[in-house]
Design a protein. Structure first.
Length: 404
């Protein structure tokens, strides 16, 4: 499968290189036209989920464009003065290299969408969700990108040859064949990528429908069983003989309990009757319960994009839902706080004094790594000595995508 080439690198790149081919929409200039208001409440996708998927696709798209530019630079380097001008061979080689990259990009898109479905817990997606995802994909997987890159490649070849002082006209060469192949391969490659992703989404929809059917059958069985139990109990209570037997048993048990309590009172010489203690371990004083709950991300929700070396402040908001006052507590970072591909920060920050029922905002200043990557840090609450206060509770964390 061949795919069309991309534009060339930096010095000869046309102005719109690397920019997604987006359509105007109600979402604002430059936003994919998924038109969420037309979903009419039939989707599992929230606006935040749509934004997360779009950002993930754009990140992979930018990486793809960079690789295409590198392919163009490699093939342009084959043009050397006084050694002949193998224009057709250069274009054919450019197409072949780009074909490999497009196949790789298709696999990346398929993997990324599957990862988003798992991450956002969207296994119960609907037909409307599928259409939204495919519309988002349209903006980051378009044959127009490769067709424009081929035209740009032709212009770049002509400019480079003329820069050597050689009279040259690209139209004198038979470029129609590789250009036609580029257009056809562009359409076929993109169509195949979209078909594979569409089939993947259909599989999730079918599994969801099967799951719903199984759940309905299971609930039907449970309801039938409950009805049978209620019918049996009704027969017992309406049977005059059985109802008398049950009433006699209840009266007898009540008499035995009264006799035991009366005997206990006599042994205590008339002391006030007390219920026997079961020990402190059987009861919990609500005022001694220490619990917390995550409320929201105040700034920089997960998978937000930041630039390399950017300094930013992350805020988490949590609530004290127990009965213990939070005093002299800290949020402590897990793992290293410096190094390649790691968000730089202090090792711990103090948690504000928080009464039961109140909320606390915890702020941490980070500096992004110097190279593009996706990185995550985890934080847990400790006391002054570093002892974990909620060792079995999920850690607070922040994930960012670092870009140029």
């Amino acid at each position: 499968m061949n795919a069309p080439p991309c534009a060339e690198a930096s010095t000869t790149e046309e102005p719109d290189a690397g920019i997604p081919h987006v359509r105007g929409s109600a979402g604002g200039a430059g936003q994919p036209a998924f038109l969420p208001r037309s979903r009419e409440g039939k989707t599992m996708l929230s606006e935040e989920a749509i934004k997360t998927i779009r950002n993930a696709l754009k990140f992979k798209y930018d990486e793809h464009v960079s690789r295409l530019l590198a392919i163009s630079e490699k093939n342009l380097s084959k043009i050397v003065p006084n050694k002949g001008l193998p224009i057709i061979e250069i274009l054919e080689g450019h197409n072949a290299d780009t074909a490999k990259e497009v196949r790789r990009y298709g696999e990346v898109l398929q993997s990324e969408i599957a990862r988003m479905i798992e991450k956002l817990v969207l296994k119960d997606i609907t037909e409307e969700d599928k259409e939204i995802v495919l519309l988002l994909l349209e903006d980051y997987c378009s044959p127009d990108l490769y067709k424009k890159r081929f035209v740009s490649m032709l212009s770049s070849i002509e400019r480079k040859i003329k820069s050597y002082g050689i009279a040259f006209d690209i139209t004198n060469y038979r470029i129609g064949i590789p250009q036609s192949r580029c257009d056809v391969d562009a359409e076929n490659s993109v169509r195949k990528i979209k078909a594979i992703i569409s089939n993947e989404l259909n599989c999730h929809i079918v599994r969801n429908q099967s799951k719903s059917s199984s759940e309905i059958d299971s609930r039907s069985v449970q309801v039938t069983a409950q009805i049978s139990k209620l019918t049996a109990l009704r027969k017992i209570w309406t049977d005059p003989v059985l109802s008398k037997v049950i009433a006699t048993i209840i009266i007898a048990i009540g008499g035995l309990c009264w006799a035991w309590l009366h005997n206990k009172s006599i042994k205590n010489n008339g002391a006030t009757l007390r219920v026997p203690s079961l020990g402190n371990s059987s009861f919990t004083n609500i005022s001694s319960v220490d619990r917390s709950r995550f409320i929201r991300d105040g700034t920089f929700p997960n998978n937000e994009q930041v630039t390399v070396n950017q300094v930013f402040e992350k805020i988490w908001e949590i609530q004290n839902i127990g009965g213990v006052v939070w005093k002299n507590r800290y949020l402590q970072r897990e793992g290293v706080s410096n190094g390649a591909g790691v968000l730089k920060s202090v090792d711990r920050v103090k948690i504000p004094f928080t009464k039961p029922g109140d909320r606390a905002q915890i702020k941490v200043v980070f500096q992004a790594p110097s190279l593009p990557c996706t990185t995550t840090t985890y934080w847990k609450m400790v006391d002054e000595s570093g002892r974990y206060l909620f060792p079995n509770q999920k850690a607070l964390y922040v994930t960012v995508q670092v870009v140029y």
